[in-house]
Design a protein around this ligand. Structure first.
Ligand SMILES: [Fe+2]
Length: 461
């Protein structure tokens, strides 16, 4: 009898899981405040040596993955803007010369910020590169992506809203130790949170860049601008939005015919990545609108099957934090995302994790009242991953009841990986900071919307 009851209970439980609607995780993270690491933390330490390059970071430098932008800062003097680089197992060193810039922000003056693009790199090749001179020179390495093609496997990490707290450090360590081995980070905005300090203390832009160097000097991070990059402070005379961000972080926007560094695209392996700006004009006739309208028809899914969009402010968000902030951009662009069958949209901003089912809400026309999200297999999955662990803490106030479109949500810190296997399948997993490095707190197989458009829902309709 006891056995029969247990079997019955297990059957009911199993059925409940299979037929479940969206899930609000029962995992409750202890609500301690996120605290920034102090300035003398080891992760912020400047490298030894006179004028040694610090804050080294790389990103893709062209549209197809054959160039890399190398950036770094020198403090004592400009020094050299030259990058020396060489492929593994070769002795010939190539040289490229970049430029440096410097900026002031209220009472802060930056170091010498160098940017140098190295081009004509071979695909699938490990390169070493060296910046700085003499005994202060520093050597790093990266691996170029495979040639753009429909079945090139590639694994992206996804991180957002990282900041520089103890939790941020745990997130970055989890990403580094994740056995899925991300090869490039898709970064969905809000980098340093320097603007939480008096006068937006830009020293915290420097410390952030020293903190993340251990990853971003070795693999590219694809940048998206968030609200904490705006740094608009007219009361202290700082009226040029994005000043620290654009001085420090360069992206290859001209290679995709964009006219501003806040929206652009890159191809990488089998993925076409479109980066949008929640904080630049996106209404009809604006530069971003015109660019996206021209851009989406250019995506050739026979070349790059996976169409990924990055933005900061999420369109589908059932957290009370930043509720509806993405709505106006959704109204403008969602019909295009469905028409062009975007596979997945990654956003940040909300300091929690949420994954949607494939839904759209594009039928409404002011008079017909059709304004509810509906299941739509041509629509992307929307993932909010603003859970890097910054000083503002968790967004732990979820709206109730959980909307039907919301497949999984949880107020925890973490990161994700999106691992493309071929043109039809990609494996996605979200990793919570409290777990072991290999634990997947949420995971699913993505089926490509162009090549394999079958239902990949994980909850009952
Ligand atoms: Fe944000």
């Amino acid at each position: 009898m006891v056995v029969a009851v247990a079997v019955f209970a297990a059957t009911v439980l199993h059925a409940a899981i299979l037929c479940s609607a969206g899930m609000t995780s029962s995992f409750v993270r202890s609500p301690q405040k996120s605290v920034d690491m102090p300035l003398d933390s080891d992760v912020f330490k400047a490298p030894p040596g006179y004028n040694a390059p610090q804050q080294v970071h790389i990103t893709q430098g062209d549209h197809v993955g054959e160039a890399v932008i190398v950036s770094w800062v020198t403090v004592e003097e400009p020094g050299s803007s030259i990058v020396q680089y060489w492929a593994e197992n070769t002795s010939h060193k190539h040289k490229a010369e970049g430029k440096f810039n410097k900026y002031k922000f209220y009472n802060y003056t930056s170091g010498y910020i160098h940017h140098c693009t190295i081009r004509k790199l071979q695909h699938d090749t490990k390169y070493y590169y060296e910046v700085g001179v003499g005994s202060s020179a520093r050597t790093f390495w990266f691996t170029t992506p495979p040639k753009v093609g429909p079945d090139a496997p590639y694994t992206f990490g996804v991180i957002g809203d990282l900041g520089q707290t103890y939790d941020s450090n745990i997130t970055l360590t989890h990403y580094e130790k994740n056995p899925n081995k991300g090869q490039t980070v898709l970064y969905v905005g809000d980098l340093s949170y320097a603007d939480n300090y008096p006068f937006h203390d830009n020293v915290r832009w420097d410390t952030w860049a020293r903190f993340v160097e251990r990853s971003v000097a070795y693999q590219p991070w694809i940048w998206t601008a968030g609200n904490h990059e705006i740094d608009f402070v007219p009361e202290i005379g700082e009226t040029k939005p994005f000043k620290p961000y654009t001085n420090r972080y360069r992206v290859p926007y001209k290679a995709s015919n964009s006219t501003a560094p806040f929206w652009y695209s890159v191809k990488r392996a089998s993925a076409y990545i479109i980066v949008l700006s929640s904080y630049s004009a996106y209404g009809k006739y604006t530069p971003q609108y015109q660019w996206l309208e021209d851009e989406l028809p250019k995506v050739n899914r026979s070349e790059t099957p996976w169409l990924i969009v990055l933005m900061h402010s999420p369109w589908y968000n059932s957290n009370t934090y930043h509720y509806m902030e993405g709505e106006t951009m959704r109204v403008m662009y969602e019909p295009w995302f469905v028409k062009y069958k975007v596979d997945v949209v990654f956003a940040g901003h909300v300091h929690a994790y949420e994954r949607s089912e494939r839904v759209s809400n594009i039928a409404y026309n002011i008079i017909n009242g059709l304004c509810s999200p509906v299941s739509d297999q041509s629509a992307p999955v929307y993932i909010t991953i603003g859970d890097g662990g910054n000083i503002e803490g968790l967004a732990n106030n979820l709206t109730e009841p959980q909307p039907k479109y919301s497949a999984y949500r949880e107020a925890s810190f973490g990161h994700a990986t999106f691992s493309i296997k071929n043109r039809t399948h990609s494996y996605y997993s979200w990793h919570r900071n409290q777990d072991g490095y290999a634990v997947e707190a949420d995971s699913l197989w993505f089926f490509n919307r162009f090549w394999h458009q079958i239902d990949d829902s994980t909850t009952a309709a």
